[in-house]
Design a protein around this ligand. Structure first.
Ligand code: FMN
Length: 360
């Protein structure tokens, strides 16, 4: 019934809906529920050490034999950045004083990019799909994943990035529009001001590459999915709407902020990590950004703000918490991951039928 089956055929799934990997906020239960409902569930493994990665893959493979996507970051591992670290800690120093939090050491405890050790664990478990944010890992790691049977995906935020991903062996490309919640997957450009909206990006990417295109950013209901197909996508990747499901691990402060987000703006900001990400515009985002002149270098910004986040959450507020969400947050409703997946699919097919793009 779907007008374009390329994403479904590529992954061997019944619905062209990918639940976005959301490191720290999506759960194994969410991924399994989405795959069981016929979509592609994703495990957000970017912030996991190798022990947590192995535990997660072990729990997921016991829960389902259906296809799952395992997601990582592949940012450059940062060399020492003393001058930049000192400048960013200085920018945060009034907050450290206010919250009685000691300034942290930014040289340890950082999120690690995908590497050989993680690749070895994937070779052992053999996930159906492996996706990346911020580009792709080195060619030998990509070859190893392919030999282990994985389809490889990554995010493009420009046409150039989509072409680069096709040239470098991806099996499908996620076209992430400006509306998207979370980090921009940008990797050939550092300029957030020239990032493109989903409606403009998806058809240009679909025209430029031969691979299946998965549209992401601001899609939160059946209308958005139908629009993505009309623009040339053969699948969608949805994050924010899944934050409202019972399986999301968002905690009360984040959940309340999302529910209250109706008319509140989200903003692209790098104050939470050093890389541009779309979040609700809360206190630290407004006061230091949204785009600070000289931000921390990713991922050091995450460590810089972690103690402030913890202290303010103990006090019951989210002044220093990154409440990632996309521009369609007000369309999302509380539900379960399985119901969201099947409702999205049914509503999208209804819209596509009305538009005359599928048979009855
Ligand atoms: C809370 C949150 C966390 C995210 N974390 C990741 C991640 O770990 N890896 C990734 O590839 N994308 C991540 N994303 C981006 C999504 O893959 C996707 O591009 C985005 O959610 C699509 O826009 P939407 O939120 O409007 O649906 C995240 C998005 C959100 C909202």
């Amino acid at each position: 019934m779907w007008p374009d089956r390329r994403v479904m055929d590529l992954f061997g799934i019944a619905l062209p809906i990918v639940q976005a990997p959301m490191a720290g906020f999506s759960s194994t239960e969410m991924a399994v529920a989405v795959s069981t409902a016929g979509g592609l569930g994703s495990l957000g493994c970017a912030a996991m050490d190798t022990v947590a990665l192995r535990d997660t893959l072990s729990a997921a493979s016991q829960a389902t034999a259906l296809p799952l996507n395992v997601n990582f970051f592949c940012h450059d591992a940062p060399p020492p950045q003393r001058e930049n670290d000192a400048r960013w800690l200085e920018a945060l120093s009034p907050y450290y004083q206010e919250m009685h939090v000691p300034p942290p050491d930014l040289s340890t405890g950082l999120i690690e990019p995908f590497d050989g050790e993680r690749c070895e664990i994937l070779e052992e478990f053999g996930p159906a799909v492996v996706s990346f944010h911020f580009g792709l890992p080195a060619a030998d790691l990509r070859r190893r994943l392919k030999t282990a049977g994985a389809k490889i995906l990554s995010t493009a935020t420009t046409v150039d990035e989509a072409v680069w991903l096709e040239d470098n062996g991806c099996d499908a490309v996620i076209a992430q529009g400006f509306e998207a919640g979370g980090h921009r997957g940008m990797f050939l450009t550092e300029d957030p001001h020239t990032q493109i909206g989903t409606m403009a990006l998806v058809p240009q990417v679909a025209d430029a590459i031969g691979l299946p295109v998965i549209a992401a950013g601001g899609i939160a209901d059946g209308r958005g999915i139908a629009a993505a197909f009309a623009l040339g996508a053969s699948g969608v990747q949805i994050g924010t709407a899944y934050l409202f499901t019972q399986e999301a691990t968002v905690g009360n402060i984040y959940a309340n902020a999302l529910r209250a987000a109706k008319n509140q703006p989200s903003a692209l900001t790098h104050v939470f990590s050093g890389r541009p990400a779309r979040c609700l515009a809360n206190r630290v985002c407004r006061e230091l950004g949204p785009m600070a002149a000289k931000p921390a270098i990713f991922p050091r910004g995450i460590k810089a703000i972690a103690g402030l986040k913890a202290a303010s959450e103990v006090a019951g507020d989210g002044d220093f918490s990154a409440h990632y969400c996309g521009q369609s947050v007000a369309l999302a409703r509380a539900t379960t991951a399985a119901k969201l997946t099947s409702d999205l699919s049914r509503d999208a097919l209804g819209h596509l039928q009305r538009l005359g793009r599928v048979g009855a």
